[in-house]
Write a protein that binds this ligand. Structure first.
Ligand code: GDP
Ligand code: IMO
Ligand code: MG
Length: 423
């Protein structure tokens, strides 16, 4: 079957983009299905480093078509900036980008309100990327959002835009004490934006399912991760979309019957950015050491990532929800120098053993750890499973056994070639 889904199994930044780039070589179409410029997807190819925020991570192969799916929220300036950067670096993008016409447009007032809410001490601070993501998805669900395709529709400017802007102005003026938006200027901006975007727009379910029927191979690229899912993550400390498999279907329009594989991208330890519970977080020198070894700083905001140990319960949660058919284990090399490695094998909540990731009261979890011996040698240059030290293999086996999902690939460095096929 034609479609492979790539989903983050932890709190994002698992190394999804590296894996997408690696798999894209044998793929025709890569579809980003949710999120927006909150994502920071790093690819290192032929000695060059790229960080993608909106453009799918398969763009570096000249044959791949890249689709920004209908589940995304797209900030036009960020989109054009990213395209320009790629063109400047010699990446041929002509005719290779498509945008689902039902994706939503993210405008400056979304980011403004996001930032204002984050700075307001009387509202729960989420630690968002301040890219306006939650506000834009809020508008979508409130039916006050703007679909990209509507930018080409006269009826939208006549019937919907005036009401949308007047409602936004009530909010901006009365709640945030901000300048009101000018309707005529907004209409002019959106009309010219529509003309600029016109050549990219597609009806995604029609286009993608037709391409699949004709034999094309598709990768669905998730942003964020299962634990940041608005329904399955550590709510309210989540993003405002569904990075999990349901979001992949909704955000692409690909028929579920075409999906054959769903790979969970799993870091060999755990990180998260922003606020919210993190049961296996390592503090002080322990956490600092992981941050330093893994160079754990956000690819979008540059914030230091919180670091901690591998959490089996988190990955099992992701396996259950997404029906993971395999794990791609990333950043194993980061653990090279450790004498021993902790792995969280279970939880107690309020004194009772639980074998699931709870939907509430996560801060009351007591973590049960096991400790495994480290391998204490560099593994980045290894290319085969048999090259790996005994204790690295034991660590991989433990992850497979505890998570109940086969590890199919191991990533031992940030470059394309630092990838080992396990099965
Ligand atoms: P994404 O958001 O899931 O695509 O991940 P990010 O790009 O935000 O963060 C992953 C970081 O780890 C990037 O800097 C990658 O270059 C780097 N990386 C990916 N895989 C590996 C690996 O196996 N080893 C090491 N050392 N770094 C990796
Ligand atoms: P990639 O795709 C890690 C986090 C933010 C914050 C929460 C909500 O690179 O893995 P938002 O701006 O989405 O409203 O912020 O989600 N977050 C991410 N953390 N990786 C990401 O993306 C993230 N995108 C959002 O830090 O805690
Ligand atoms: Mg990232």
């Amino acid at each position: 079957m034609a479609v492979t889904l790539i989903v983050g199994a932890q709190w994002g930044d698992e190394g999804k983009a590296k894996v997408i780039d690696f798999l894209a070589e044998n793929t025709d179409i890569v579809v980003r299905y949710q999120g927006g410029a909150n994502a920071g997807h790093t690819v290192i190819a032929k000695g060059e480093k790229y960080i993608f925020h909106l453009i799918p991570s398969g763009i570096l192969y000249s044959k791949t078509v890249c689709v920004l799916g209908g589940g995304m929220v797209i900030e036009p300036n960020a989109f054009f900036d990213e395209l320009n950067q790629l063109e400047k670096r010699g990446i041929e993008i002509d005719g290779r980008i498509r945008i689902a016409d039902n994706a939503h447009v993210l405008l400056p007032y979304h980011s403004l309100i996001d930032a204002k809410r984050e700075e307001n001490m009387s509202i729960t601070k989420i630690g968002t990327t301040k890219r306006g993501i939650g506000i834009c998805y809020g508008d979508k669900v409130n039916r006050t959002g703007i679909r990209i395709g509507e930018l080409l529709d006269d009826g939208f400017y006549k019937n919907r835009l005036p009401l949308l802007i007047s409602e936004k102005n009530i909010i901006l003026k009365n709640i945030y004490n901000e300048k009101e938006i000018n309707l005529t200027e907004t209409e002019d901006f959106l009309r010219s934006l529509g003309q600029k975007l016109k050549k990219y727009l597609i009806n995604a379910p029609y286009y993608l399912n037709l391409e699949i029927a004709s034999g094309k191979r598709v990768l669905l690229e998730g942003a964020q991760g299962t634990m940041l899912d608005v329904d399955f993550g550590t709510y309210p400390f989540v993003t405002s979309s569904n990075p999990t498999i349901g979001g992949a279907l909704i955000g692409s329009g690909v028929n579920h019957r075409n999906i054959s594989d769903c790979f969970g991208i799993v870091k060999a330890y755990t990180t998260r950015v922003g606020e919210g519970p993190f049961p296996t977080e390592a503090y002080n020198e322990e956490g600092e050491a992981l941050r330093k070894l893994g160079n754990e700083y956000g690819a979008t905001t540059g914030r230091p990532r919180r670091c901690g140990w591998f959490d089996v319960e988190v990955v099992r949660h992701a396996a259950r929800i997404n029906g993971l058919t395999g794990i791609v284990l990333t950043k194993l090399d980061v653990l090279d120098s450790l004498k021993t490695i902790k792995i969280a094998v279970g939880y107690e909540q309020d004194g009772k053993r639980i074998s699931y990731f709870p939907s509430y009261g996560v801060e009351r979890i007591k973590v049960i750890y096991e400790e495994l011996p480290g391998w204490e040698e560099p593994i980045t240059n290894y290319t085969k499973l048999n090259d790996l030290p005994k204790n690295a293999k034991k660590y991989i086996n433990a992850i497979e056994k505890f998570c109940g999902v086969p590890v199919c690939w191991v990533s031992v460095g940030p470059k394309r070639e630092n990838t080992i096929k396990i099965r």
